[in-house]
Design a protein around this ligand. Sequence first.
Ligand code: SF4
Length: 260
Amino acid sequence: MTDQIPAAIYGPVRSWRLGSSLGVDLLCVDSICSFECVYCQLGKINRVTTEREIFVSTEKVLEDLQKSEWQKADVITFSGSGEPTLAKNLGEVIEKIKKLTRKPIVVLTNSTLLHDAQVRRELLKADKIFCKLDAWSNDVLRRVDKPSEGILLETIISGIFQLRQEFGGFLAIQTMILRPPNDLEIEKLAAILLLINADEVQLNLPTRPIPHEYFVETRGNAVESNSDYRQIKTISKDELEKIRQKLSQLTNLPVITRYK
Ligand code: SF4
C-alpha cells in the first residue's frame, strides 16, 4: 500500500529565497488544497477542502526522508501537493524531522487555516513560515485564489495576525501579483501588511508553467519542457518593481522580489 504512494520527500530543489530546499509533501496522495489559485503550478486541485486529515503517515514520511539526500539541503520545506496545514500530522512531522536533521524548517502556507489555534500551535515548531496573502479584498480573493466555500479575507488576515503574535521565528508574507493594482488597491494592501508587520514581504510573478492536470512531479521546480503546459499572463519586471517601491514606501517593511 505504502509503495503505491509517491515519495513524501522530493528534491532538494533550488529556491530563490531559501537556497537548496528539500521538500516535504504530506499530501502526495493527490492535489489537496483549500484554494484553487488561478496560477497554481499543480495544474488542478483534485480535492478542495478545509478538513484536516492524515494523508500520508508520519512513518512513511520518515522512511522517505532516510532514503533522500537530506544532508545536501540548506533547509527543509513543507509545501508539496497542496496546503500543508491540512495534514493533521504536520506538527508531529516537523518535530521529528527537526530532531533527526537539525536543519531549519520552513512551512509555506496559504494562511486559510491559521485561525485554528491547533494549526498555529503546530506551526510554532517551524523556524520560518511564509504566509500567502494575494488579496486586499474578498473580490480579489475569489478571483485569484478561488477559495473553498466560507473562507473570507478577514479570517485569513486575523489568522496571520494571531500567528505573528505567537510565533518567535521569521514570518514572511508572499503575494502573487497578476496585474498592477491601482493606487487605492496598493494602499489597501499596504494597510494589511502594516497590521501584520511581517519580517519580510515577498512579491512574486506567476512565471511557472501550469500543466492541465495534477501529477506529482508538478510539486517541484523541474518541469518537462515537452509536456503540455500553459502560461498565465502577467506583468513585466519593471511594473513589479514599481509596485515593490510603492509598498516599500508605504509600509517601511522589507519588500523584495526575486529580481531585486
Ligand atoms: S494555495 Fe498553493 S497549492 Fe493551493 S491552489 Fe494556491 S498555489 Fe496551488
